[in-house]
Design a protein around this ligand. Structure first.
Ligand SMILES: Cc1ncc(COP(=O)(O)O)c(C=O)c1O
Length: 388
């Protein structure tokens, strides 16, 4: 079946963060919203049908995640990543960020050092700082070929007693899908300094061919035993509002401890619609996913050509994964405040401010290209008309 990604949907009035919080976030409810990381594509029909089917039953009491649900995830891991995961190695979280936070609370103490790689997804900072842990930065290096890990700095930082390394893999916002070599070097260093890896792989299924996502826990037994992996169908199939993620923990004792924490917080139940949607996504979704990635890739081509023709001072490194572009406006030489003012109040486009991703974010804005091309074109034209 051929899917259509050009349909423009009216999402205002659906309690959508991206649409209905524009006034609160940008001070302007008319901006074209290309910020929050969900997609302006319809959730695929097979997921909607699975949800509709469940709605036919009039009771929504407590549910549980069945063996079939776990088998579906096991199969997806095997087919997509050649990663052998057992059902008992899969746990739950009502979202990737809540799961990361639970793991931080469970496997570290107040004041412990936790390392992140900025510029990076900003809730990592909140999960660490608001829980009284110390943030340590291993800033990514920008090269002419894109972002790279500064391994000398990483080792120097890990050596200072870091307990946990939170990875963004693939990386939001710079779009890197880490190579096997990079992952091996990370694991070697984490082994040397006995560091637990929390690997946020929520964008895994959004990796563009010929690049392949490699779950860090899949590369060796050592990696598997010191990693907790967080994944979800939410980004890829546009079901983030169903608050359903899964967590892979190969280390048995660590799994028991994580589950005890989830039970104690009564967070384990989840919601039955999220379970149904995830199962349907992985059981039926590969062809839709490939078509969607193709379309998004076309959008990235479109932005590349548009910038070359109309805004040659704005750049980005082509992402290997994710539908997020890390746009570099530094050549325009204007302050972040001025840049945002032009984008929001003159161009009428709402992007994520690069500075919320912390060091390395000044002069950047994050653009979400998971939208119909006509919307993207309109937004770029409005930006181009209003930039000096
Ligand atoms: C890297 C990353 N992790 C986690 C999330 C959010 O995950 P959840 O909604 O499951 O907490 C996002 C959403 O944008 C993300 O980009």
């Amino acid at each position: 079946m051929k899917y259509n990604f050009d349909t423009q949907l009216e999402r205002s009035g659906t309690d959508s963060v991206k649409y209905d919080l524009r006034k609160a976030y940008f001070g302007n409810e008319d901006v074209i919203p290309l910020w929050v990381a969900d997609m302006d594509f319809e959730t695929p029909d097979f997921i909607l049908n699975a949800l509709r089917n469940r709605l036919e039953h009039p009771v929504f009491g407590y549910g549980f995640r069945s063996p079939d649900y776990h088998k579906t995830i096991v199969k997806w891991m095997h087919e997509q990543y050649e990663w052998s995961v057992k059902s008992r190695e899969i746990s739950f979280s009502p979202g990737v960020v809540p799961g990361l936070t639970m793991a931080i609370l469970t496997f570290s103490k107040p004041k412990d050092k936790i390392l992140v790689q900025p510029p990076v997804y900003f809730p990592f900072y909140i999960s660490v700082k608001d829980n009284d842990r110390e943030l340590v930065y291993n800033e990514l290096l920008e090269t002419k070929d894109g972002y790279r890990i500064d391994f000398n700095d990483l080792e120097a930082k890990l050596k200072t007693g870091v307990k946990i390394f939170i990875m963004s893999s693939p990386h939001n916002p710079v779009g890197r899908a880490w190579s096997l070599d990079e992952l091996k070097r990370i694991v070697n260093l984490c082994e040397k300094y006995d560091v637990l890896i929390l690997s946020d792989e929520i964008h895994a299924d959004l990796t563009f061919l010929p690049r392949k996502h490699i779950p860090i826990a899949s590369i060796s037994e050592e990696a598997a035993q010191r990693t907790i992996t967080f994944m979800a169908a939410s980004k890829t199939f546009n079901i983030a509002g169903l608050s359903t993620a899964f967590v892979v923990i190969k280390h048995r004792k660590m799994m028991r401890t994580y589950n005890q924490r989830m039970d104690a917080s009564h967070l384990y139940t989840g919601n039955i619609m999220g379970t149904i949607a995830t199962k349907s996504a992985f059981d039926n979704g590969n062809s839709w996913r490939m078509q969607m990635l193709d379309y998004v890739n076309g959008n990235i081509d479109f932005v590349e050509e548009f910038l070359a023709d109309n805004m040659p001072n704005v750049h980005f490194h082509r992402p290997e994964a994710t539908y997020l572009l890390w746009l570099d406006f530094r050549d325009l030489g204007m302050s972040q405040k001025k840049l945002i003012d032009i984008l929001v109040n003159k161009a009428g486009v709402g992007l994520n401010d690069g500075t919320i991703f912390n060091p390395g974010g000044e002069g950047f804005m994050r653009l979400n290209v998971a939208c119909p091309r006509a919307v993207l074109q309109k937004a770029l034209e409005q930006i181009s008309k209003n930039l000096p």
